[in-house]
Design a protein around this ligand. Structure first.
Ligand code: AGP
Length: 604
């Protein structure tokens, strides 16, 4: 996934574009570049590596003009080099574009264009577009873009401009693009976080749409070339919500936002009596009798917890399928199936394609989402927003907890309608849910204990995360947090599985993080931990306050407030988030922008 920003208006365009790139760097940070347009000429600056490299270069070379286009890249085709960095510029230097997505038929197009004499300077699929548009350019950029895109197969968010013109042409297919409307100026970006300081009025481009963006007007065209009216949204996030606000890392800020986020997710979603939910959904739980959750990464682990909520509280069959596998698995779906797509960004292409597969099969679709106006938001039947605010850190934290809360609400919504959850049990669950923000706040105050635990992972060859029941999902999420920001190997297992092979891994160099909350699986977990310690395994246990039995089964113990086993994932996640964070800091990792990753993956 890459970050695109562009500007046209009275300001110094390159500065506005650079500011936008700094807010989108979490989308990809292998290389970056900006092109500005001034008095019939273009000036382009590109640098491999982090955006800071481009910023340094810009201090040496001014990019003049009131139109500019910028890009921060997550490499798909071609290594992160200056040549492969965007923008890509035509041979005469007068046409320049940036692209997010994948051009599936780029090789065939490239061969055809090279045979016509076009000279390529990069290894990227994106460069094909600039030559293709050049090939169709007969003086009107909009027409050239529309004609060129008719030959393109694949995903794109495309921003292109010509030195001669006044405006900027944008186009979208699958990859997100949003236009921020100003007064006598316009802003363009991959997502709203780059627009927040400038405007709250936005137009999300839909698939197949092309727009001409001038200082004073935006003109939108549909796939058929006919002009369309603008559907203007007003963003309800404020600019500083997307800033670090004095925290050392976005990830730590977002971990500490979780009590507030949980309150926001739950707010105004309970009935007066406190024994049911009010979710403002149009779908009717009486119209489906099976749920399939599709998601990727952390969102899929939230789905695994959600599966337990739905099956235990609403007694509805539920299964979780990894989105990237789902549409190739010939899934068994019908109109009585509800497919729930879970996604923070709403842009994960695997999850978006899973939604499309579900719709093709006639299933109903519901999204549990954070980002309004996102691609998935535009394709499902209904949406349960998690209201987590902008999540910038690549490692998902607050969105995960908010997803759990959303599933907790959904379980009541389905259970009460199906008659599987009576008012008394629903009321008890809701009362416990309402204590979650305060309990998470309590866990956050215990960060020093986590900092003291970090040395247990020193020199670890790998780390095993163990959980039982609903906390098998918690173990997977905890292991992913550690992997993605510390680069340490970690894997998750159902605790009871240890003795069926993985226990061979246990030695002093393979510490174990064991989830051992109070509940009916506590005793079994303790005996499993004995098996680990009998083989010199070092154990970091995360247990419930007041648990005295755990002391003899672990080297280090972290605790969380007592809660039901079913709701314990919401609390257990927090020490594991902090453990990953503190370990990554200790190892000097780039916590917010870990290597090889991007905040959401909009390529398959
Ligand atoms: C989680 O920390 C990772 N960043 C990653 O697994 C992420 O959860 C996954 O890519 C799904 O993203 P989404 O929620 O935006 O769809």
């Amino acid at each position: 996934m890459c970050g695109i920003t562009s500007y046209v208006g009275p300001r110094d365009a390159a500065s506005v574009v650079l500011d936008g790139l700094t807010r989108l760097e979490y989308r990809g940070y292998d290389s970056a570049g900006i092109v500005s347009f001034d008095a019939g000429t273009t000036t382009t600056l590109k640098r491999a590596g982090k955006l800071a490299n481009l910023q340094s270069a810009m201090a040496e070379q001014h990019l003049p003009g009131h139109r500019a286009v910028g890009h921060t890249r997550w490499a798909t085709h071609g290594r992160p080099t200056n040549e492969n960095a965007h923008p890509h510029v035509s041979e005469d230097g007068r046409l320049a574009l940036v692209h997010n997505g994948i051009i599936e038929n780029h090789a065939e197009l490239r061969n055809r264009l090279e045979a016509l004499g076009h000279v390529f300077t990069s290894e990227t699929d994106s460069e094909t577009l600039v030559h293709l548009i050049e090939e169709h350019d007969e003086g009107d950029l909009l027409t050239a873009v529309q004609e060129a895109l008719k030959q393109v197969e694949g995903a794109y968010a495309l921003v292109v401009a010509h030195a001669e013109g006044e405006g900027i042409v944008v186009a979208r297919a699958t990859s997100p693009l949003v236009i921020g409307l100003g007064d006598g100026e316009q802003f363009i970006a991959s997502d709203v976080s780059a627009l927040l300081p400038y405007t709250d009025r936005v137009v999300y481009l839909s698939d197949g749409e092309v727009a001409v963006v001038n200082e004073t007007a935006v003109t939108l065209y549909g796939p058929d070339g006919a002009e369309r009216s603008l559907d203007v949204d007003v963003i309800d996030w404020d600019a500083d919500a997307a800033d670090k606000g004095g925290w050392p890392h976005y990830m730590l800020k977002e971990i500490y936002e979780q009590p507030t986020v949980l309150q926001n997710t739950l707010a105004e979603r309970f009935n007066e009596a406190g024994d049911d939910v009010t979710l403002d959904l149009t779908l009717d739980p009486a119209t489906f009798d099976r749920i399939v959750v599709v998601a990727a990464g952390t969102a899929s682990y939230a789905g695994m917890v959600g599966e337990a909520f739905l099956e235990r509280l609403a007694r509805i069959p539920c299964e979780v399928q990894v989105a990237s596998e789902f549409r190739y698995a010939e899934p068994i779906l019908d109109e009585r199936t509800l497919v729930v797509a879970v996604s923070q960004s709403g842009e994960t292409i695997d999850t978006l394609e899973a939604v499309r597969e579900a719709k093709r099969a006639g299933a109903k679709t519901l999204a549990i989402l954070n980002v309004r106006g996102s691609s998935i938001a535009r394709e499902v039947d209904d949406i349960l927003y998690i209201h987590a605010g902008p999540e910038i850190g690549v490692a998902s934290t607050k969105a995960y907890l908010a997803m759990l809360a959303a599933f907790a609400l959904l379980a009541v919504w389905v259970g009460r309608t199906r008659g599987a959850l009576d008012a008394e049990r629903a009321k008890a669950w809701i009362e416990e849910l309402r204590t979650a923000p305060a309990r998470v706040e309590e866990v956050l105050q215990r960060r020093p204990a986590v900092q003291d635990a970090v040395p247990l992972l020193d020199d670890a060859r790998g780390v095993l995360y163990l959980g039982r029941g609903v906390n098998v999902a918690s173990a997977f999420e905890g292991a992913l947090k550690l992997k993605e920001i510390t680069y340490l190997h970690a894997e998750a297992y159902p605790t009871g599985e240890m003795k069926h092979g993985p226990i061979a891994l246990i030695d002093a160099a393979t510490p174990v993080v064991a989830l051992a909350p109070e509940g009916r699986l506590h005793a079994k977990t303790l005996s499993n931990l004995q098996e680990v310690r009998a083989r010199d395994g070092r154990v970091l246990a995360i247990a419930s306050d007041g648990d005295e039995a755990i002391a003899s089964h672990a080297d280090v113990i972290l605790t969380v407030p007592r809660t039901s086993e079913l709701l314990s994932p919401m609390l257990l996640a927090v020490p594991m988030q902090l453990l990953a964070y503190e370990t990554a800091v200790r190892l000097g990792r780039d916590v917010d922008q870990p290597r090889n990753l991007a905040k959401s993956v909009t390529v398959e």
